[in-house]
Structure formats: structure tokens, C-alpha cells
Design a protein around this ligand. Structure first.
Ligand code: AHR
Length: 501
């Protein structure tokens, strides 16, 4: 039988758009060991003078994450930001209903800003539109962004932060469509509140951008109507609409699991259509862009989390141990988002450390989960312009409909005179031949071909065996007369960069 073939068709003049680097964002929530024992552990030998784990900061920096969403997540819907600032010995221990734990408030807003600077990232802050509203949102913005001369800006200075934090990106609540959310609202109730909160916040600081809550997943019964109603209320006051989506392989159907990129693509396209329909109905001038501010694989820890004792502090929670097939899907999800780079301006891998995360910590060290690698490779090499990429490849049947055997996208970086192809061969049995006509890129040569593959889809990286699943620069891509050819082994992720020499 002939080998399966994938032909990628590109033209450097046919472009989807410039990548907004914030598409490589992530997320830290006060949840489990993300903050405590994750990024903050004063008693750790790895901690710096502020109690921040330096080993974690080093790993975060390698991921090249331009923005980190904070402090939640479901946590934010009960958040009293005032409890998280000021002298640490005066901060109260509070009940977090979202995760049924006690929050010590020993790490808060100002510490997060300092940590972000050290990790070379910006803050995407969320306000509480669950149990609170306009007043609290106005006050946290005043505390954060006003230079001085008002009660809350002076309070920040009194707390030791003389200069404003200048936080530019603000989420108006979190997953307000979810019945699990404290202060859950109907679309109309939320849309009105988002409009008035956004309006008030922009009166305080017109330089900020705001994100309205879209649906918590494509599976939400209110999906579609929610987006439409919310945006009809707050179109003028918001810049982005959020999407959240997590996938799991509960039925151990790996081909179907990898085909989730089809469902994700559909989700994105439908949300774009709704944003554009509202723009038309409003006779609007601006596009509403997308903020895919929670995405990942999340299911491994579901069962063990049922046994967590309530009202403890930072328990092991949502500590998914990722395997190789998860890494393949994470690569596929990033490729899918890049293919919509004209509309997705922000995305946050949920989350960053210990909680459904690429980075794990223990008292003795930090290590990289399998999903760390596709994120690191795409975040570092996927900068520039996304080219329209037509993929000519066979399809397979899946629970999500027909799925192409190859997920792929091509990114051109004119400044660096490079072109990078990201591709996942989802065929679990057979290798595939990849062919790309690159004659438009005269004088370019293959710079590297990195491959992430493993014979066992369930292979994991653990503290004891951290290098079980790692990428290798051992691909066989070759350019001959401007035609690129590579053999992609079954179940594999590829990063092929060509550069002008
Ligand atoms: O990331 C974990 C949780 O998933 C977040 O708190 C919530 O927004 C979502 O449901």
C-alpha cells in the first residue's frame, strides 16, 4: 500500500494575519498548589528573597509567556482583593467556596505583579462580577493603575508599591454562564453588568482593554444565545469575548481524542460568526476579537479530586499527570488557534504550575510535563505571520466528524527570514509523507526539524522520570529544488524551520 501523503499549499502573499504574541499566554489561579508551593514557597530552598520559586521562574521564562491571567478562574467570583494586599500579618484567612478551601491571602495582587516582572510576563487581571460588582472593580483599578492622589492609589503606595502597576488587560468576571459559579447570571443580567463595569473602568483608565465572558465550553446548553445576548448589551464597552474549553480522553478513544481539534475549530468559527453578527446588528465599526483564556486537557485528576478534604489550605488539586497523547492534542489545539490568528488575540493555557499545568513542583525540584514541550516549541518559534495553509490529506471518521490525519499551520517570520511548519500526524498506525512547495523562499535551507514522538501514547514525565517524553532534533526534512519533503512517523508532532542562509 502507498504511504499516506500530506501536501501543504501556501503562498507567502496569502496571509491570515500577524500573530498577537499574547496567544501564548497562561493562567495562575488561587487553586490547589498553583500559587502556594507553585510560584510562592518562602520556606523552599529554591525561593528567592520574596519567596518566589526561582526554579519555576526559570521554567516559565523558557516558555516565553507574554501574559498570565490572575487570580481566577472560579476563585475570582468570591474574591475580595482588599484581603490580598497590605501587611501580611493583617491579612485574613478566608473561605474559598469555589474550591472549598481556606485561602491564606499570604500571596496577593502586589506579589503577583512582582512575580510577573521576574517571570518576564504581563498581568491579565480578572475582577469579581460574581459576588461583587462595579464598585469593587473600580477600586481595584484605582489601586492598580492610578499614580497617586486618591484613597486607593495612596493605599498602594503606603503598601510599598510607589509606581502604578499599569495593568492593561481586564477580564469582566469568569464563566458567568456556569451554574457552578458564585453569582451565576443569565446572559442578560451578565451583559448589563459587564457593560456598566466596563464603562466605569474605562472612565477611570481609558487605556485598558476588557474581556467579556463567553461560554465555558461548546457543550454549554446556553452556547450561542449567551454570546449574542451578552454582546448585544456590552459591545461598546468590551474589546474581546472569551472562550474556554478543556478536553479529556475518558473513553480511551485516542483517535477521537486527537480529533477534538475539529470541534475546537468549529467552536472558534461559530463564536467569530456571532461577534460579526452582533457587529452588523449594531452597525458597529470595531471587530470583537477572541480571548481563548482557558484551554487545555483536563480529566486525569477528576476522580482523585473527589476525595479532597474540605477547608484545608492549598491541597493537591487538579494535578493532572499528562501523557504523550495529551501533548499531541495540546500541539493540535495551538495549531488550531494559530489558524485563526486574525481573530484570536489572546489565549491562556490553563494553567501554568501544578494545577493542570506544564510545570510541576515538589519540595525537591520542578519538572516539565509532556505538554510543556509543544507549548515551548510553538511559543518560541511561532512568532510572525500565519500563512493560509491548505492541507491536502486523507480524513478519518471520529466522534467529532471527519478529521484530517494532519493538523498543520505555517508561520513566516520576515525579520528573521524564516518559515516554520508545525504539524501533528494524528495517524496512530502509519507514517506519512509531508510535501510543501517552498520555491517562493529562494535561498532558504532546512535549519532544524524537531520531532516529539513516543511509541506509548500513555507515556508520562514524572519527577522520577522527567525525560521520558522529550523532543529531539532528529527529523528528516529535506529541501530539494524548493520542494520540502519529510517522513512523519505515526503519532508525532513536528517543528520544521527553514531559514535563509
Ligand atoms: O482552570 C480550572 C477552572 O476551570 C477555572 O477555575 C474555571 O474558570 C474553569 O471552569
Amino acid at each position: 500500500m502507498d504511504m499516506k501523503k500530506a501536501n501543504l499549499h501556501i503562498n507567502k502573499h496569502f496571509q491570515i494575519g500577524e500573530i498577537d504574541n499574547r496567544i501564548y499566554g497562561s493562567f495562575i489561579e488561587h487553586l490547589g498548589r498553583a500559587v502556594y508551593e507553585g510560584i510562592y514557597q518562602p520556606e523552599s530552598p529554591f525561593a528567592d528573597e520574596q519567596g518566589f520559586r526561582q526554579d519555576v521562574i526559570d521554567l516559565v521564562k523558557q516558555l516565553n509567556v507574554p501574559v498570565v491571567r490572575y487570580p481566577g478562574g472560579n476563585f475570582v467570583s468570591g474574591y475580595r482583593w482588599e484581603n490580598s494586599v497590605g501587611p501580611k500579618d493583617k491579612r485574613p484567612e478566608t473561605v474559598d467556596l469555589a474550591w472549598q478551601v481556606i485561602e491564606s491571602n499570604q500571596f496577593g495582587l502586589n506579589e503577583f505583579i512582582d512575580w510577573s516582572k521576574k517571570a518576564k510576563t504581563e498581568t491579565m487581571m480578572a475582577v469579581n462580577l460574581g459576588t461583587r460588582g462595579i464598585e469593587a472593580a473600580k477600586n481595584i483599578l484605582e489601586y492598580s493603575n492610578l499614580k497617586s492622589g486618591s484613597y486607593y492609589s495612596n493605599l498602594r503606595r503606603q503598601h510599598g508599591w510607589e509606581e502604578p502597576h499599569d495593568i492593561k488587560l481586564w477580564c469582566l468576571g469568569n464563566e458567568m454562564d456556569g451554574p457552578w459559579q458564585e453569582g451565576h447570571k443569565t446572559a442578560y443580567e451578565y451583559g448589563r453588568l459587564a457593560a456598566e463595569t466596563g464603562r466605569t473602568m474605562k472612565m477611570m483608565d481609558p487605556t485598558i482593554e476588557t474581556v467579556a465572558c463567553g461560554s465555558s465550553s461548546l457543550q454549554m446548553p446556553t452556547f450561542g444565545g449567551w454570546e449574542d445576548t451578552v454582546l448585544m448589551e456590552c459591545y461598546d464597552q468590551v474589546d474581546y469575548l472569551s472562550l474556554h474549553q478543556y478536553y479529556g480522553n475518558r473513553d480511551n478513544d485516542s483517535a477521537g481524542f486527537l480529533a477534538n481539534t475539529v470541534a475546537m475549530d468549529q467552536f472558534i468559527s461559530q463564536v467569530i460568526s456571532i461577534c460579526d453578527a452582533v457587529k452588523a446588528k449594531k452597525r458597529g465599526k470595531k471587530d470583537i476579537h477572541l480571548s481563548f483564556d482557558e484551554w487545555n486537557v483536563w480529566y486525569h485528576s477528576n476522580e482523585q479530586d473527589k476525595d479532597i478534604e474540605r477547608w484545608t489550605q492549598h491541597p493537591h488539586q487538579l494535578e493532572d499527570v499528562y501523557n504523550f497523547e495529551d501533548a499531541l492534542l495540546v500541539a493540535g489545539m495551538m495549531i488550531t488557534m494559530l489558524r485563526h490568528a486574525d481573530r484570536i488575540k489572546i489565549a491562556c493555557l490553563a494553567q501554568l504550575v501544578n494545577v493542570i499545568a506544564p510545570i510541576m513542583t515538589s519540595d525537591t525540584g520542578a519538572w516539565k510535563q509532556t505538554i510543556y514541550y509543544p507549548f515551548e516549541l510553538i511559543s518560541n518559534l511561532g512568532r510572525g505571520t500565519v500563512l493560509q495553509t491548505e492541507i491536502d490529506v486523507p480524513f478519518y471518521e471520529s466522534v467529532h466528524g471527519d478529521a484530517p490525519y494532519l493538523d498543520s499551520v505555517v508561520v513566516m517570520n520576515e525579520e528573521q527570514e524564516s518559515v516554520t511548519i508545525f504539524a501533528v500526524n494524528k495517524d496512530l498506525k502509519e507514517q506519512m509523507e509531508l510535501a510543501v512547495d517552498l520555491r517562493q523562499f529562494e535561498g532558504y535551507q532546512v535549519d532544524k526539524h524537531v520531532v516529539l514522538t513516543h511509541p506509548d501514547l500513555k507515556a508520562e514525565n514524572t519527577e522520577a522520570q522527567p525525560n521520558n517524553v522529550v523532543p529531539k532534533a532528529n527529523g528528516n526534512a529535506a529541501l530539494d529544488g524548493g520542494h520540502l519533503h519529510a517522513i512523519l512517523p505515526n503519532q508525532s508532532f513536528h517543528v520544521i524551520t527553514i531559514k535563509k542562509k
